[in-house]
Design a protein around this ligand. Structure first.
Ligand SMILES: [Fe+2]
Length: 346
């Protein structure tokens, strides 16, 4: 059974989740290579050699043109000269490697044959490989081929993550009252992460956590999921499994390692009364505590069949009371509302 067929067994082909996933799988195309070199002869030589091999090549004379191309469409590989007008190849490489949306694009620096210093600078800047001048066709093809293979692996990982996020959204779509919940959570959690001064990796994890935290509810039957409150003890036991199920689904993907604690611990309470592990206070990792604050606020602000939506002020009072009573991290609740107030003023 091929993968789309497997998907069909999970979802109706008319459903949005199914279409999103098949679209993802169909996005195969010629690899796009960005060549950056101010020397017209080198630029033309690389472009012609790579085009003959069937690659989609864009050649530009400097980093600023390259940045415009990257904004237009992300390349699969960048081959860049070191000395160019404007930004050097090192600066250009370093900036791309510091940006989460471009850091996985393989970057090859084109250096002089014996420039050991150049290579050391390049390694510091985060370059993935080097190509010596003068350029020999076979060496160029070998480098390009192996780095594109690497890029294919990372793309497959990204696709797997996107499929999981789509599954997270499909869980949300089973309950009409939670529409838009994942998107709001992803947005607010990453905003709160930024407000707290967390690093970019943690912010990306919070954003993904917004989509993936309740993925394990895929194993919770509709009649329990939609019931909300008044669950029987047996139903409650089923519901309490969802953080563990979600963690098990995502564990094989190493790239999701920072999200695993968010998935597992987003229902812990600071007084130890939460689930699944009954962790207390700072034993609960920071990222699930951050997501939790945002999650609780969103739940209070949303109407459900068994409760009306609270106003912003009512939600703030309730959350501060509950934090004092030992449910949520009091400091983070304070930071969350100070962030919202600042944004309102801005
Ligand atoms: Fe949950």
């Amino acid at each position: 059974m091929d993968f789309p067929q497997k998907l069909r067994t999970l979802f109706s082909p008319r459903s949005k989740s199914y279409k999103d996933m098949v679209e993802l799988l169909a996005q195969r195309r010629a690899a796009r290579i960005l060549v950056v070199d101010d020397n017209p002869d080198t630029m033309m030589l690389m472009r012609e050699l790579l085009q003959i091999r069937g690659y989609d090549v864009v050649a530009v004379p400097d980093a600023s043109h390259a940045e415009a191309e990257i904004r237009h469409q992300l390349p699969d590989l960048i081959l860049s000269d070191v000395v160019m007008p404007g930004k050097s190849g090192y600066e250009f490489c370093r900036e791309l490697k510091e940006n989460p949306s471009t850091r996985l694009i393989p970057f090859v620096l084109i250096t002089g044959l014996s420039d050991r210093e150049d290579k050391l600078h390049g390694i510091e800047a985060g370059a993935d490989d080097f190509l010596n001048k003068p350029i020999f066709a076979e060496e160029l093809f070998a480098r390009v081929k192996s780095l594109l293979k690497l890029k294919e692996f990372t793309d497959e990982l990204e696709s797997a993550e996107s499929v999981l996020c789509t599954l997270g959204l499909s869980v949300e779509s089973r309950d009409p009252y939670t529409e838009g919940h994942c998107e709001r959570l992803a947005q607010n959690a990453s905003n709160l992460g930024r407000h707290l001064g967390l690093d970019e990796e943690a912010i990306v994890a919070l954003r993904r956590g917004g989509y993936l935290h309740d993925l394990g509810k895929i194993a919770v039957p509709d009649e329990i999921l939609k019931k909300g409150s008044n669950l029987t003890p047996e139903e409650w036991e089923v519901m309490k499994q969802h953080p563990i199920t979600g963690e098990n689904i995502c564990r094989p993907l190493k790239s999701l390692r920072l999200i695993l604690p968010i998935i597992r611990h987003h229902h812990e309470h600071t007084d130890g009364s939460g689930y699944p592990d009954g962790l207390r206070k700072r034993d609960i990792p920071l990222l699930p505590r951050v997501l939790q604050v945002v999650d609780v606020y969103d739940a209070l602000r949303t109407a459900r069949p068994y409760k009306p939506a609270l106003s912003h002020d009512q939600s703030a009072i309730t959350m501060r009371e509950e934090a004092r009573a030992g449910l949520w991290d009091e400091e983070l609740v304070g930071e969350f509302f100070s962030m919202l107030e600042k944004r309102q003023v801005a």
